[in-house]
Design a protein around this ligand. Sequence first.
Ligand SMILES: NC(=O)c1ccc[n+]([C@@H]2O[C@H](COP(=O)([O-])OP(=O)(O)OC[C@H]3O[C@@H](n4cnc5c(N)ncnc54)[C@H](O)[C@@H]3O)[C@@H](O)[C@H]2O)c1
Length: 337
Amino acid sequence: MNIFVTGAAGYIGSHTCVELLNKGYSLIAADNFSNSSGESLERVKRITGKDIVFYQADIRDAAALDKIFSENEIGCVIHFAGLKAVGESVAKPIWYYEHNLSATLTLCKAMEKYGVTKIVFSSSATVYSAGNKMPLTENSATGQCSNPYGWTKFMGEQILDGAALVNHWSVALLRYFNVIGSHESGLLGDDPAGIPNNLMPYISQVAVGRREFLPLYGDDYPTPDGTCVRDYIHVCDLAAGHTAAVEYCAKNTGVEAFNLGTGKGTSNLELIRAFEEASGVKVPYRVQPRRAGDLPEVYTDASKSKTMLGWSAKKNVADMCADVWRWQKNNPTGYKA
Ligand SMILES: NC(=O)c1ccc[n+]([C@@H]2O[C@H](COP(=O)([O-])OP(=O)(O)OC[C@H]3O[C@@H](n4cnc5c(N)ncnc54)[C@H](O)[C@@H]3O)[C@@H](O)[C@H]2O)c1
């Protein structure tokens, strides 16, 4: 089956391309390189020895999608393309709504026009409302998002829900928890532009000497060591979750949400210590005030994905740290060698 991957050159997209190619799928990929470059896809080809049909295109561009959908037989879409920085979404809400929602709407219109009925959507644990009891299940309350980015994911899910109902589509909404890790080859990894928003790329950039210290936001939360607890999932496990979702969509119609996480919480301090152990490098940190909107604990109940997708995460935090360090050490300035 041919799979159309939007945002394929990005962090999760590139790792998922490796997984899909290794499973024998043919890929049509698009990216506008707004947060990536062609280098990641060159490395995907190096790892797999397989080629990808690639379009440098913006998913908001209906004419570009017309070209892609008319030139290829597409069996399923995986939709990664979008803006993802929570803080930036608070500063530029209209840009985030416009960008993320119009990309999803333009894509849905192309799917309708060309009769493509299966889509796997990159959603996020940010769709869950604050105040839910942990662990989060797919039935936990949604729709009281604390930032525009989260709202764009919630609204993206609503758009797909509506489209699925009238068109009898198969939709898998994958709600990712905290994605870290890198491909074991050390060739692919997270390469955020500018100052990292997330803890792990910040830790690894401090370890490699690109930043002086790690700002640790809050050490007075009601958690065992006072720092925030999150559910970290290895990007290669996440990528495998996408092939499981593609297989699920091939056999089922309707809309189904799946939490992709390990089900285990790790505190910020535990993650720093695990990284130091894996790398042998000390990571200096300075405690800063809490960041607005950060919840003390977020982790999932991973049982629905196990039962319905036959998928569960295999790698632990030590594996994640070792793989991130291999990537960062081999690529101290990311893809910009
Ligand atoms: N990284 C995480 O921890 C995480 C967690 C939850 C959800 N997500 C979602 O997963 C998806 C992928 O995340 P990522 O970490 O790989 O991000 P990323 O920024 O590395 O990848 C996104 C890719 O999409 C491209 N892109 C953005 N807008 C585009 C457009 N209009 N047209 C074409 N290409 C476009 C970017 O250039 C980039 O290559 C995003 O939708 C993100 O919101 C990520």
